[in-house]
Design a protein around this ligand. Structure first.
Ligand SMILES: [Fe+2]
Length: 393
């Protein structure tokens, strides 16, 4: 196992990472830290749960189960709980939902006990400053969101049918553990939706009009790592080394969106998730193929990136290379991966394309796409049949 420090985020990665968890909990405190472990409802049934318990036994953590989606209510409840317990360290062991709930709750555990309205206000108010009362150590048990690396948390305001984001340096975890043994037991569907999320995040943070050389570096790395293990996910033939590659792909995609954020695929995914309840990576991945093709074909008059069409095409060429060579082949590979893993492709979703497009463009990130999107052009793009269907005629 190696412990590396990319940027300012300590990351312990490798087989056996769980056993090294306790080593990450040492800090400036003179007393033993009060540790709260936040887990999902399935935690106790996981094959690796006893090893997590053993690794943390010396800290006698309070275990809190976070159920359901991350919402203003659930975050407020968890933040009150962390405050009452006087948590110094929060170990978030779970997927993106659990990690985001723990990140948001730890960031809001200071000050007055929060309620759902205060959580909504914090999402609207802007950056949460660094140094929350409780530090978060993120331990992802899926490979996709890269939430262990990002300074934001996604919340779902089900009452108002909107996706919210709590952002700021205070939301980013203090450390992360990438342990491939934690992916053991995940279904092919779970792994596939996770890697689709990582692919989209890597692609979107690279082609975004907000992209930087560094976000492009992390984003194209995420796509390259993910592309290298797509066949093994589809064929259900992952070993520990391939699982670690999946986790690295997801982590690199998180590093990429921490710099440039997601854009069009994610903006479209929100109405799909709210309408159809699709898993996040599935909802993002269904439009990756058509946006790869659409963005690569950007004409000068439609280009939203001041760096010009040459820059946009170069970036998409980089992204497409490991996925199949050309943007068209890369798009086809993604679409075949979806169907090969039993995930419904966009063409078969029961949605009104124009309504989805109209809602997607209300998210500002939709306009970080390098080719301008409006309700009409996006509705038309979503209504087109995929290349896969044309090819299979
Ligand atoms: Fe995502």
């Amino acid at each position: 196992m190696t412990v590396t420090f990319p940027g300012k985020l300590p990351v312990a990665e490798g087989v056996g990472g769980i056993a090294r968890l306790a080593a990450l909990l040492t800090g400036p405190l003179r007393r033993t830290p009060r540790v709260v472990q936040v887990v999902g409802p399935g935690f106790t049934g996981r094959p690796w749960a006893p090893r997590v318990k053993d690794a943390l036994r010396a800290f006698d953590p309070v275990v809190v189960v976070h159920e359901g989606p991350t919402t203003p209510d659930s975050v407020a409840g968890l933040a009150r709980h962390l405050r009452a317990l006087g948590a110094d360290v929060v170990i978030a062991v779970g997927g993106g939902t659990v990690m985001d709930a723990a990140k948001a709750a730890a960031a809001l555990a200071d000050g007055d006990p929060p309620d759902a309205d205060r959580v909504r206000q914090a999402c609207a108010a802007g950056p949460v400053p660094a140094a929350p009362a409780a530090k978060v150590v993120a331990v992802p048990t899926t490979a996709g969101t890269g939430a262990e690396a990002t300074p934001f948390a996604t919340l779902w305001d089900l009452e108002h049918r909107r996706k919210l984001s709590l952002t700021g340096p205070g939301v980013r975890p203090a450390a992360a553990v990438l342990a491939p043994e934690l992916l053991a037991g995940l279904s092919r569907r779970d792994l596939a939706t996770g890697i689709l999320d990582a692919l989209c995040q890597g692609a979107e943070a690279s082609w975004s009009v907000r992209s930087t050389p560094e976000s492009i570096r992390w984003g194209t790395s995420a796509v390259t790592l993910a592309a290298g293990v797509l066949d093994r996910v589809q064929g259900d033939t992952l070993d520990a080394a391939a699982r670690l590659e999946l986790q690295r792909a997801a982590h690199h995609s998180g590093r990429a969106i921490a710099l440039a954020q997601t854009s069009s695929c994610h903006a479209i995914s929100y109405p799909l998730t709210l309408r159809l309840g699709l898993a996040h990576g599935h909802a993002c991945g269904v439009t990756l193929g058509r946006l790869l093709r659409h963005n690569h074909a950007v004409p000068a008059g439609d280009c939203a990136d001041p760096r010009g069409t040459g820059h946009v095409r170069r970036v998409i060429d980089f992204l497409a290379e490991p996925l199949g060579g050309t943007p068209a082949r890369a798009a086809l590979r993604v679409e075949r991966f979806l169907t090969g893993c039993g995930l419904t492709p966009y063409d078969e979703l029961d949605v009104d394309h124009h309504a989805v497009a109209a809602e997607a463009v209300t998210y500002p990130r939709c306009h970080d796409n390098p080719r301008r999107l409006d309700p009409v052009s996006l509705g038309r793009l979503l209504g087109e049949r995929s290349e896969l269907e044309e090819t299979c005629g």
